[in-house]
Design a protein around this ligand. Structure first.
Ligand code: PPS
Ligand code: ADP
Length: 260
C-alpha cells in the first residue's frame, strides 16, 4: 500500500494535526517526530520502508496489526465513559434479556453509550450457522466475546446476554479483556423458577422431548463461581428489572466506568 495518487504527505498530515490541538505531532504519531520517520516506521498514514514483521494467528498467516493514532483512550474521552463488557449469564428464562434492556435504558438515561449483544439476536445473523450442540455453543460464545471486545475497544459499554453455559468459554472471553473490564453478572435463578415462567414455551417442548439438548433439562449449565455480581431470584416475583439494573449501574459507577 502506498500514498494514494494526488495526496501529498502534508495533505495526509492535516487531519491528524486538526484532530487534537493539545497533542504534539509526535504524541499523535506514537513518537515519530519527522515525516522521514513516518516513512520508515509503522506509524499510521504512511507505509514503512523497512519490511514489517508479519504474524500468524490461528490459520491466518502473514498478517500485520495496523495501529492507529486515535486510540481507545481518545474514544473514551469523547464518550465520557470507559469501554467494558457486562456479561450476563444464566438459564433460559432467568431474565438476561430483560436485565440487558433495563441496563441499557438506565445507562442511556445517564448519557452513556451501550450496545446489547443478545444470544438470541446474534443467532439471527452472525451466528445463524451455529446450532446448540456443545461445540457450536462454544463458538457462539467465542464470537460474541470477540465482538464484545471490539465494542469495549470502541469505548462502548457492551452488554452481552447469552446463556453461555460453560465456565471455560466464559473465562476465555474474560481473558480477552484488560483486568476489570469484563464484568460477569450471574442470573442466579433456580431452574424451577425459570421453568415456571417459560415465557417462550421452550421448557414445555423440552420436557415433551420436542427440543433435544435444552439447557437445564438435558444439557448442562455450569454456574459461575466468581462472578463480579450475583443477582439471586429465588421466587417468580422478586426484584424488578429496574432495581437489578441499578445494582449493576452502581457497580460500574463505583469502579469508575461511567467517567473517562
Ligand atoms: N437447546 C437449547 N438450549 C437453550 N436455549 C435454546 C435451545 N434451543 C433454542 N434456544 C433458544 O436460544 C436462546 C439461547 O441462545 P444463546 O446463544 O444464549 O445460547 S448459548 O449461549 O449458545 O448456550 C434461548 O434464549 P434465552 O431464553 O434468552 O436464553 C432460547 O430462546
Ligand atoms: N426481575 C424479574 N422478575 C420477574 N420476572 C422477570 C424478571 N426479569 C424477567 N422476567 C420475566 O421472565 C421471563 C424471561 O425473561 P427473559 O429476559 O426473556 O429471560 P432470558 O433472556 O434469560 O431467557 C419473561 O417473561 C420476563 O418478563
Amino acid at each position: 500500500m502506498g500514498i494514494c495518487g494526488g495526496e501529498t504527505r502534508s495533505n495526509l498530515l492535516e487531519p491528524i494535526k486538526a484532530m487534537d490541538a493539545s497533542k504534539t505531532t509526535s504524541d499523535i504519531n506514537g513518537g515519530c517526530n519527522a515525516i522521514d520517520d513516518l516513512l520508515t516506521t509503522d506509524c499510521d498514514g504512511f507505509p514503512g520502508k523497512s519490511t514489517p514483521k508479519m504474524s500468524t494467528v490461528g490459520n491466518s498467516t502473514n498478517i500485520l496489526w495496523h495501529k492507529c493514532s486515535v486510540e481507545k483512550s481518545d474514544r473514551q474521552e469523547l464518550l465520557k465513559q470507559k469501554g467494558c463488557v457486562i456479561w450476563i449469564t444464566g438459564l433460559s428464562g432467568s431474565g438476561k434479556s430483560t436485565l440487558a434492556c433495563a441496563l441499557s435504558r438506565g445507562l442511556h438515561a445517564r448519557g452513556k453509550l451501550t450496545y446489547i449483544l443478545d444470544g438470541d439476536n446474534v443467532r439471527h445473523g452472525l451466528n445463524s450457522d451455529l446450532s446448540f450442540k456443545a461445540e457450536d455453543r462454544a463458538e457462539n460464545i467465542r464470537r460474541i466475546g470477540e465482538v464484545a471486545k471490539l465494542f469495549a475497544d470502541a469505548g462502548v459499554i457492551c452488554i452481552a446476554s447469552l446463556i453461555s453455559p460453560y465456565g471455560k468459554d466464559r473465562d476465555a472471553c474474560r481473558a480477552l479483556l484488560p483486568e476489570g473490564d469484563f464484568v460477569e453478572v450471574f442470573m442466579d435463578v433456580p431452574l424451577q423458577v425459570c421453568e415456571a415462567r417459560d415465557s417462550k414455551g421452550l421448557y414445555k417442548l423440552a420436557r415433551a422431548g420436542k427440543i433435544k439438548g435444552f439447557t437445564g433439562v438435558d444439557d448442562p449449565y455450569e454456574p459461575p463461581l466468581n462472578s463480579e455480581i450475583v443477582l439471586q431470584q429465588r421466587e417468580e416475583r422478586c426484584d424488578s428489572p429496574t432495581h437489578l439494573a441499578e445494582v449493576v449501574i452502581s457497580y460500574l459507577e463505583k469502579k469508575g466506568y461511567l467517567e473517562a
